[in-house]
Design a protein around this ligand. Structure first.
Ligand code: SIN
Ligand code: MN
Length: 209
């Protein structure tokens, strides 16, 4: 089990069930995850999915785990293979499973980890994560590289607010915030030195089935 001490205190987010730990990961742990992502995308290359309406995402994606989240003309779903190579996704790295155990505090382990890669111009529209079978299980999200402006709003709608997610930040959307609306307004280009060519990696751990 990785050592996350001293465990930082989650900062107030104003949304019950949305937990955010700034600098949860130290620099070595962040570098280790970047290496794991590099290894993973050698097996399962980043690709640019399209929405069901046929619009390309500005984010490029891949996955770790028995299941991976995909989007295409047929809709959103989880599937065991990469849509372009047809090969199984690589396994979820142990360090990510340790982050899940330390933050999700849920007896189940994730079976899916979406890898999102944002270049300086990429964004993600406000949405809810609802392609999973059981919304009582939280979602855990890890940020690496350039800082993102994360927008969120209560599940039932209402005013949104923003918080900056920087490299090493970890957040959980659980309980009343499991279906919170969320998205990425923009990336602060050049805000981190972690990725030599810049950009942001987001790793989202979920129990899909
Ligand atoms: C997502 O909702 O899939 C990604 C959120 C993020 O990049 O922080
Ligand atoms: Mn999401």
């Amino acid at each position: 089990m990785a050592d996350f001490s001293p465990l930082p205190v989650p900062v107030p987010t104003g949304l019950d069930g949305f937990l955010l730990w700034p600098e949860f990961l130290n620099l070595d742990q962040q570098k280790q995850l970047v290496e794991s992502v590099r290894d993973g995308i050698r097996i399962a290359p980043l690709y640019r999915p399209v929405t069901p309406a046929g619009r390309p995402f500005s984010v490029r994606m891949s996955n770790f785990g028995p299941l991976g989240w995909v989007s295409d003309r047929e809709g959103y779903r989880y599937q065991p293979h990469h849509p372009q190579t047809g090969h199984a996704w690589p396994p979820i790295p142990d360090l990510l499973l340790d982050i899940w155990k330390a933050t999700a505090r849920h007896p189940r382990l994730p079976d899916a980890c979406l890898i999102n890669f944002y270049d300086a111009d990429a964004k993600m529209g406000l949405h809810q994560d609802k392609d999973e079978a059981d919304f009582s299980v939280p979602v855990v999200s890890v940020s690496l590289g350039d800082t993102a402006v994360f927008r969120y709003a209560p599940p039932e709608g209402g005013p949104s607010r923003t918080v900056k997610l920087s490299s090493g930040h970890v957040c959980v959307l659980g309980s009343k915030a499991r279906l919170a609306r969320h998205g990425i307004d923009r990336i602060l280009d050049g805000s981190s030195q972690l990725l030599p060519r810049g950009g942001r990696i987001n790793l989202t751990l979920r129990v899909a089935r």
